[in-house]
Design a protein around this ligand. Structure first.
Ligand code: ATP
Ligand code: MG
Length: 251
């Protein structure tokens, strides 16, 4: 589904005496149907705030977001969020954690079982269906979070630094899995990262925000064939360019 972010502004109250602090200032951005767009920018600039507005978890002060022409007013199962901290229920098995959203939607048992098994295979967690979160590594927990989003058949996948807490080897492995999943072009992805290498590896376009309040500083298309070669001169040049723009956006 295409996403039209139209002149979104958001402020948050500070201490009682002070004026509200402007976090997002008139942000507009068009995201194509099934596009993969990364958002990068200085810490605290408002990326997660924008993603929460996209999810329908937070209301903007002004502006609106249209999904295939329809305004977002609340969270919907067609838009799924994957967070940096895995937010799994520790007393539930891998299967139960993944199944939860479907059960809330009152899907029948047979459907839930098939769908959960499908997602478990997709993210490579076969054999861990009955494991509990404390028995999993960080990468495996994040796979559960991704599977939990995928079973809902999202039209839009919203990911907030999903691999931020992982070691670089696990991170690269999950990046490859995400490239494979997104290669099927079944959903639109909005992905927040601090990692320029990750942004170039995954994205169709990278949007760089400047901070306080956040504005779109630059939009860089990544016209490289997938799977991308991190050591190619084109890749490195683009990564360095994004890094340069990000550094100047943070100043
Ligand atoms: N509910 C809230 N109430 C008040 N201030 C908030 C609230 N949520 C976020 N903020 C403030 O808004 C600003 C942007 O926060 P946000 O989490 O969107 O940043 P971010 O770009 O995601 O940062 P990071 O890269 O560190 O995750 C911060 O200054 C934060 O303190
Ligand atoms: Mg954030």
């Amino acid at each position: 589904m295409a996403i039209e972010i139209k002149e979104i502004s958001k402020s948050f109250p500070q201490n009682e005496q002070e004026e509200d602090l402007s976090i997002l200032n008139n942000i507009s951005l068009h995201i194509e149907d099934r596009e993969f767009v990364s958002l990068v920018g200085p810490s605290g600039c408002g990326k997660s705030t924008l993603l929460r507005i996209l999810a329908g978890l937070l209301k903007p002060d002004s502006g609106q977001i249209l999904v295939d022409g329809r305004a977002i007013t609340r969270p919907e199962s067609s838009r799924c969020m994957v967070f940096q901290d895995y937010v799994l229920f520790p007393w539930m098995t891998v299967s139960s954690n993944i199944a939860l959203g479907l059960q809330v939607r009152k899907k029948d048992k047979e459907y839930v079982h098939k769908k959960v098994q499908w997602a478990i295979e997709l993210v490579g967690l076969n054999g861990f269906e009955k494991a509990y979160p404390h028995q999993l590594s960080g990468g495996m927990k994040q796979r559960v979070s991704i599977a939990r989003a995928l079973v809902m058949n999202p039209e839009i996948l919203l990911m907030d630094e999903p691999f931020g807490a992982l070691d670089s080897f696990t991170r690269m492995k999950l990046q490859d899995e995400l490239v494979r999943l997104c290669g099927k072009k079944e959903f639109t992805t909005v992905f927040i990262t601090h990692d320029c290498d990750e942004a170039v590896y995954l994205s169709d376009r990278v949007v760089v925000f400047s901070g306080s309040p956040a504005e779109v500083k630059e939009i860089l298309p990544v016209d490289l064939p997938r799977p991308r070669n991190r050591t190619s001169p084109e890749f490195i040049a683009l990564r360095n360019q994004i890094l340069k723009v990000s550094v100047s956006a943070a100043e």
